[in-house]
Design a binder for this molecule. Sequence first.
Ligand code: ADP
Length: 393
Amino acid sequence: MSTVLVLNSGSSSLKYQLVNPASGEALAVGLVEKIGEPVGVLTHEVGDDETTRELPIPDHGEALRLVLGLFDEVGPSLDEAGIVAVGHRVVHGGTAYSHPTVVDDDVEAGIAALAPLAPLHNPANATGIKVARELLDVPHVAVFDTAFFATLPEAAYTYAIDAAVAKAHQIRRYGFHGTSHEYVSQRVSEVLGRQDLRQIVLHLGNGASASAVASGVAVDTSMGLTPLEGLVMGTRSGDLDPAIVFHLRRVAGLDVDEIDNLLNKQSGLKGIAGRNDMREVRSAADDGDPAALLALAVYRHRLVKYVGAYAAVLGGLDVLTFTAGVGENSAPLRQEVVDALGFLGLAVDPEKNAVRSKEPRVISPDGHEGPLVMVVPTNEELAIARLSVAAIS
Ligand code: ADP
């Protein structure tokens, strides 16, 4: 057996999974939270056994040392599990990194240097890579959330602003959730046994993004320079008139950090309905709460708009796929969105739509003539593990 330790380092957290890339099995799953706070929390799960530790965890180095200690103490032993690589989730690859990349000192510095493009994420990712390289003597691979969208055509990634300003400050569409969009669109091709498909993937989690994929190649996506653009999300606004930012500055008197916080953390479902969790918004809407009903309507309206736009970009549509927390679990949302898109020939079978499963599945009616609707559970950790193994082979 060979396994990959997949690490996702946030500013005060470290998520990890020990994955067998061949079988897809996660041998251990864990999370260190509240790094740098007075009391940190470490949760390590192996099958149904959960180990929790609460203690001060001053930095990411200490967090990873504790995690490695638990692998020794409660298992599985990394040596016996045949660890062959560490796969790091990195949010921003800029224009420099368009493929999973084996990390050396230059790559580590290159990731840290992209901090201006992803100030919250890349410094944390770079720290995670640094401490992991010190503690684990195996190849380390950086897998970039932007990489799948390196193929976007110039017309799709260029913002219509002063070209010199854009160039000087690396302002363009990069796209995010790329590992998920790549994994899901490839699963669709595998399940249907066809590569030449015009696909739209809706990744609807707390963050949400849409992509248009032609024969396996990404041709458009809804997130932009940062993950703020595009769909309505849990706490992010998605698309808005950029002049709202000037208005908030000049008329509402907010400073830049306050506007950043408002649009990234206090908007989206939370902004309209006061709740960012789709289950809570749905249940409030079912109780007739007007704000929740409006939030759902805005959320759906944006989705319908993007699917229509991407069907136009693709020159037609073969498969529409739902993934991530909301996409995989909310049958009512899938039904409502597809109902609004009936003019494209899309339809769902209510019984198939209601089935809960971890398997990829078609939810269009049997014998349906038009484009298919699918649900494909995403698995970013498995995708990172497989891409890491491919990068070192
Ligand atoms: P993240 O972007 O943090 O990885 P997830 O992909 O786990 O998020 O998605 C989280 C979202 O999925 C939350 O809004 C949650 O309410 C939603 N979700 C999970 N289960 C359901 C469900 N059964 N019905 C509707 N929404 C759900």
